[in-house]
Design a protein around this ligand. Sequence first.
Ligand code: COA
Length: 198
Amino acid sequence: MQKDSELSGCKITAEFSTRRLRLRAWRDADFLPFAAMNADPRVMQFFPQTLNAEQSDAMATKIQQHIRQHGWGFWAIELPQVDDFIGFVGLDHPQHILPFSPCTEIGWRLAARHWGQGYASEAAAEVLRLAFQVLRLKEVVSFTSVLNLRSQAVMQRIGMQHRGEFFPHPGVPEESALRAHILYRISQSEWVKTSTSD
Ligand SMILES: CC(C)(COP(=O)(O)OP(=O)(O)OC[C@H]1O[C@@H](n2cnc3c(N)ncnc32)[C@H](O)[C@@H]1OP(=O)(O)O)[C@@H](O)C(=O)NCCC(=O)NCCS
């Protein structure tokens, strides 16, 4: 099981690239396009509500500070020559105590105009490589509303497995249809197998 202390001593470079994307630390200029994303009902369809500018800025500040402090987190994604900020993909320790805590999650949120291009999966595959090769995590999890099939498709594309685990997310109101969550996992040894079989 992953412990916070396993990550606390790890500092990794906060910026790196994939074939089409740059993953980097957050700039203050990212806050405005992030607020526009968080106000978009398509992007927030599987969250209890959209965020107003103040809530969005608070989330961005938290993410920005986390990367400054640890060198890893929910990286800002840039599409070089096209768009300076299209969303985030990265790692986090969930703020709620969950049935499988402690854990490290991989998560993503992109502006809707950039869906359907494979960007989330491309960034997430590189984040998993960092998680296992650089941070040397034993396991990474991901979870979302059972209704969020687009997000589950990303989990499947990067080799994560769902083994029948579901849980009610404590941060979602009990009466909400979004409370039922599905859990995916990938261990370091599973990742080694999938990444060497490519
Ligand atoms: C979840 C989310 C990141 C998925 O984005 P996405 O663009 O669908 O996912 P991918 O990056 O894996 O792209 C896959 C799609 O790109 C297509 N694609 C096009 N060009 C591609 C390429 N060069 N390489 C790979 N895939 C490509 C794939 O065929 C697939 O299309 P499909 O949706 O018609 O099946 C996005 O829907 C989102 O930000 N949602 C809101 C936030 C959210 O719900 N986050 C998760 C909360 S837990």
